[in-house]
Design a protein around this ligand. Structure first.
Ligand code: NDP
Length: 272
């Protein structure tokens, strides 16, 4: 049954309307190509228009039902909101929102520069929330899905990336809480949190080069499939490569969360 579900996910995306952020390169680009092969409608976004044009033309060759791009920076939260509304109009609705973009990562010691942390939080966290907020009404109509690309650095503590790590931990907190709220309100929108290890994108390989050694990165093409599969099968969390799953396994937390929820009087919250 599980095998059927896995093989069937390819067809599940046919004709679906999907936004992919950070799709000009890396994992996002690969996600766009896989979705195109599956026959999805696509709106992709990132800052570099020339790269997005190439991605779109490749997507159409690969079999996308339709493909559009909207260039701009996620530092601008008005732009983040507009991407969702424009994409909804272009595709006539929305089935899946894949949030994947990140500001370029610089490994360094925290130097007291609060403004740069705020900028990273805008791009890597607040734009995600802004897009989610704009997408929720459309996703309610389609019983759609939100896929949030996160990192092992949002689960475990690592040095030299305090800004990146802060945003990834924040994503976990926000979306894990939102998952539970949607469940309590019987809203059928799935949220998939994707916890990734080291993936062989040009930017990741370059930024870790000479600093982090003895780890072989996993292929971005396979990583992209796992992300799409997680969203299509409405999994709450996926880990890629699967070897990192063990570092996230925390049964005590799961049990505690269950008991905390039992103490809530949900009827009172919905009445107020
Ligand atoms: P890349 O650096 O390859 O791609 C980042 C994407 O974000 C690009 O399309 C880039 O395009 C876009 N982007 C950058 N800045 C902005 C901005 N200000 N506004 C809008 N878009 C922007 O990243 P990866 O593919 O390596 O990573 C993708 C996701 O996977 C991220 O969420 C990352 O945290 C996660 N991940 C990756 C790992 C890895 O080892 N690769 C490990 C763990 C998690 P442009 O420059 O044209 O704007």
């Amino acid at each position: 049954m599980f095998l059927v579900a896995i093989l069937g996910f390819l067809e599940m995306l046919q004709g679906k309307r999907v936004i992919v952020t950070g799709a000009s390169t890396g994992i996002g680009e690969q996600i766009a190509y896989h979705l195109a092969r599956m026959g999805a409608h696509l709106v992709v976004t990132a800052r570099t228009e020339a790269k997005l044009k190439k991605v779109i033309s490749e997507c159409l060759k690969l079999g996308a039902a339709s493909a559009h791009f909207i260039p701009g920076t996620m530092e601008d939260l008005v732009f983040a909101e507009q991407v969702v509304t424009k994409a909804g109009k272009l595709m006539g609705g929305l089935d899946m929102l894949i949030l994947n973009h990140i500001a370029p990562v610089n490994l360094r010691f925290f130097n007291g520069d609060v403004a740069s942390i705020r900028k990273v939080m805008d791009i890597n966290f607040f734009s995600y929330i802004t897009m989610t907020s704009a997408a929720l009404p459309m996703l309610k109509v389609t019983n759609g899905s939100i896929v949030v690309v996160s990192s092992i650095a949002g689960k475990l503590i690592t040095p030299l990336i305090a800004d990146y790590s802060a945003a990834k931990f924040a994503l976990d907190g926000f979306y894990s809480s939102l998952q539970k709220e949607l469940q309590l309100m019987n809203v059928n929108i799935s949220i998939t949190l994707c916890i990734l290890g080291f993936i062989n994108t040009d930017s990741a390989v370059k930024s870790l080069s000479g600093i982090v050694e003895n780890i072989t990165p996993s292929p971005k093409e396979e990583c992209a499939v796992e992300i799409i599969k997680g969203g299509a099968l409405r999994q709450k969390v996926i880990a890629y490569p699967s070897s990192i799953y063990i570092s996230m396994w925390n049964p005590i937390r799961t049990i505690q969360e269950y008991f905390i929820l039992l103490t809530y009087n949900i009827d009172n919250i919905t009445r107020n």
